[in-house]
Design a protein around this ligand. Structure first.
Ligand SMILES: [Zn+2]
Length: 241
């Protein structure tokens, strides 16, 4: 039976559904103006990430996601040029658990001595290193603390030539701190899981086994980097020229 009340209610519902899109647009516009483009981008990232899954994709899929994680982390891209859409639903633990690892990866990504980085990027990298040193006190000392004697033996082992007038102490040789291996053990699985999920839409199970290797450019001089990776570098060098 249709009562007067239910007709009004239905009518109200119809009127509301007509008004709603306009209202929504007006609200969205007001929101954009108030919060600025950055906030809108965040909202968009959230929308994209949560459309992919409601569960955290980094710890097996049984924990509800409440945050958005950019992976590969934005720190590894320069000049704010990260690819759009690589945003993933994550729980707080998985998201914040890679802060140092992400910073370290970002820091490493600027260690190429053949690139003349702009001051603004170098400044960012110094900040990263300072923040890493705060997380792991003594890191900077360990990183830059290679003595001239150590540098001499490293240079010989790596068959590095010195430029005219350059002393062994001048050589840009650094030591990979112990803690960096821990950070890479967080970074590599997270990156793999994000890419796996992005391309298969399947959340890797929490007990998934993962092998990874990471190499430095010193390893390259020692001939320890597999040919398949070296070949890749040649492609990158070719395409960036
Ligand atoms: Zn998680």
């Amino acid at each position: 039976m249709v009562t007067k009340d239910s007709v009004y209610t239905r009518l109200g519902a119809v009127m509301w559904s007509i008004a709603k899109p306009q209202l929504r647009m007006k609200t969205a516009q007001a929101y954009c103006d108030a919060m600025g483009q950055a906030r809108v981008k965040d909202l968009k990232a959230r929308e994209i990430a949560f459309a992919k899954s409601k569960s955290c994709i980094f710890c097996g899929g049984s924990v509800e996601a409440t945050t958005v994680d950019h992976y590969p982390p934005r720190a590894v891209f320069h000049d704010n040029r990260w690819p759009e859409g690589y945003v993933f639903p994550a729980c707080v633990n998985c998201n914040s658990g890679s802060r140092e690892a992400d910073n370290w990866a970002g820091f490493l990504s600027m260690m190429d001595p053949n690139i003349d980085w702009p001051d603004s990027e170098l400044e960012k990298n110094v900040k990263r290193l300072v923040s890493l040193d705060r997380a792991s006190p003594g890191l900077i000392k360990e990183f830059f603390g290679t003595s001239a004697v150590e540098k001499k033996s490293m240079a010989r082992r790596l068959k590095m030539e010195r430029a005219r007038g350059e002393t062994y102490a001048d050589l840009p040789l650094v030591k990979i701190p112990e803690v960096a291996h821990e950070w890479m053990s967080v970074f590599a699985p997270k990156l793999t899981k994000a890419l796996h999920f992005e391309h298969t839409q399947r959340i890797p199970p929490s007990n998934v086994g993962l092998n990874y290797w990471w190499y430095t450019n010193a390893n390259q001089l020692e001939g320890k980097v597999p040919q398949i990776i070296n070949a890749w570098f040649e492609v990158i060098e070719f395409t960036t020229k």
